[in-house]
Design a binder for this molecule. Structure first.
Ligand SMILES: [Zn+2]
Length: 458
């Protein structure tokens, strides 16, 4: 099977040029001006960009929370991703206490198999660490799970103590894995939450008021110090606070291998949403919480300067019915919001069109740099001969209004409801197969494969 994409502008992290792209089987076989080939399928990309498929390295599909799970499973979540121009996800598998890492890996493999419509990998969340788990971390790296996540928040369930985080970092320094950290001072936050509830403050807005940006900045500094002592790189997930970005900036200035990710919600939404009437603010209950408008400008500078390398989503949707678990206690509202489908259009519209970042930087932040950071480059994250044919034909002029009425995520609200964006994924290929065309999903559940990733290449 040969597919020829003609007359588009191919955009990579470093170049943009008019070229045709030839896909043979699952891979890109040629990129060049006016390729003279007879193909089985022709895609005319005149006036459009031909981008490497987006890579979202922070998703929580089918994730257990108390007696429910996040609303998108690997089928609905990856279909929504594909509509938005994302062709690869790295989801978080969780070692629940009492489990081995391999049990957790097997559980997540089962969730994805037969369902995912795009390729996927896993980071492993480590919630208990000892000699046996450290050996398992070495094994998992050989088996293609080359990144782990540790929590400095959620004491009593997910949080690891500093000594264990230090050990995990040392381990990754030896075996080439990357440690991802959720950096918020969980113990202090828990005290603030107890104080708020004792004072009768139960509304969603108190979720944000009990997770101050100082708690994120402080934990980020501590995480960086632990990594420095362990002589290991570190990747800070969902940076939202100016204080956290400052900590990353200072560490990088000293030459430390410290990396950071932010998400569209922290770039486009602010804490004003918690003032919404009634229980509406619950839509925005996520951790870290939305911050001030000033913090947004700071994050954009971090993206432009290179202190932040990745834009992911932290996609973790819960319906309003699920959110209602916390209707009389904000601390019981499931944390998370949908975003897997809207990332590429939001960042293009609000980043490239406004001049905050270049077109190449957009590709870098949403595809190339995530691929490099998590051991997928150059197989994914670029348009080049030999790479997987994960390709998005992206129409920069086409407009779309974001809404729960039209999105494909299995959740009854959209955090950006009514926002008009320009820049829409038009045709999407995964492994050389067209999976989204003319606004329709034409792929197949289970066609995505598990990606064995290599160690970090940046
Ligand atoms: Zn997350």
């Amino acid at each position: 099977m040969k597919t020829l994409i003609t007359n588009g502008t191919v955009v990579t992290a470093s170049e943009a040029f008019r070229a045709d792209v030839l896909v043979e089987g699952e891979h890109i076989s040629a990129v060049g001006a006016s390729l003279d080939v007879v193909a089985d399928k022709m895609i005319d990309a005149t006036g459009r960009y031909v981008l490497p498929g987006g890579i979202d390295v922070h998703t929580h599909l089918d994730m257990p929370y108390r007696d429910t799970t996040s609303a998108d499973d690997f089928e609905s979540g990856t279909i929504a991703a594909a509509f938005g121009g994302t062709t690869c996800v790295i989801d978080f598998a969780t070692q629940f206490r009492g489990q081995t890492l391999h049990q957790a890996r097997d559980a997540w493999m089962k969730k994805a198999e037969g369902k995912a419509v795009i390729d996927y990998g896993f980071h492993m969340i480590v919630t208990e660490l000892g000699a046996a788990v450290e050996r398992e971390m070495d094994d998992l790296v050989r088996e293609g799970i080359t990144s782990f996540k540790v929590f400095m928040a959620y004491p009593g369930s997910l949080m690891l103590d500093d000594g264990s985080i230090f050990r995990a970092l040392e381990n990754s320094g030896r075996n080439g894995a990357t440690i991802c950290v959720h950096a918020e001072d969980g113990v202090v936050i828990d005290a603030l939450v107890r104080d708020a509830l004792a004072a009768g403050h139960t509304a969603p807005r108190y979720h944000a008021l009990t997770r101050p940006s100082t708690a994120e900045g402080d934990a980020t500094r501590r995480a960086i110090a632990l990594a420095e002592m362990a002589h290991a790189p570190i990747y800070i997930v969902h940076v939202s606070a100016a204080e956290a970005l400052d900590a990353i900036h200072e560490a990088r200035k000293r030459g430390l291998p410290v990396f950071g990710e932010t998400c569209p919600q922290y770039l486009f939404l602010s804490d004003e949403h918690y003032e919404a009437p009634g229980f509406e603010g619950a839509k925005y209950v996520m951790s870290p919480p939305l911050r001030s408008k000033d913090a947004q400008a700071h994050l954009w500078r971090g993206l432009a300067s290179g202190d932040l390398q990745v834009i992911a989503t932290d996609h973790c949707p819960f319906t309003m019915k699920q959110k209602a678990m916390g209707s009389d206690d904000f601390s019981k509202i499931p944390n998370g919001a949908p975003g897997i489908e809207t990332r590429m259009s939001l960042v293009y519209d609000g980043g490239v069109r406004t001049g905050r970042i270049s077109l190449n930087r957009f590709v870098d932040l949403t595809a190339t740099s995530p691929a490099k950071m998590f051991g997928l480059f150059p197989r994914k994250g670029t348009i080049a001969p030999g790479s997987d044919a994960d390709i998005v034909v992206f129409d920069p002029q086409k407009r779309m209004t974001l809404s729960a009425k039209t999105h494909h995520m299995r959740v009854d609200y959209n955090p950006y409801e009514g926002r008009e964006v320009a820049g829409v994924a038009d045709t999407v290929l995964s492994h050389g197969r067209v999976i989204v065309e003319k606004g329709r999903f034409v792929g197949r559940a289970g066609s995505g494969i598990f990606l064995r990733r290599s160690a970090r290449s940046v």
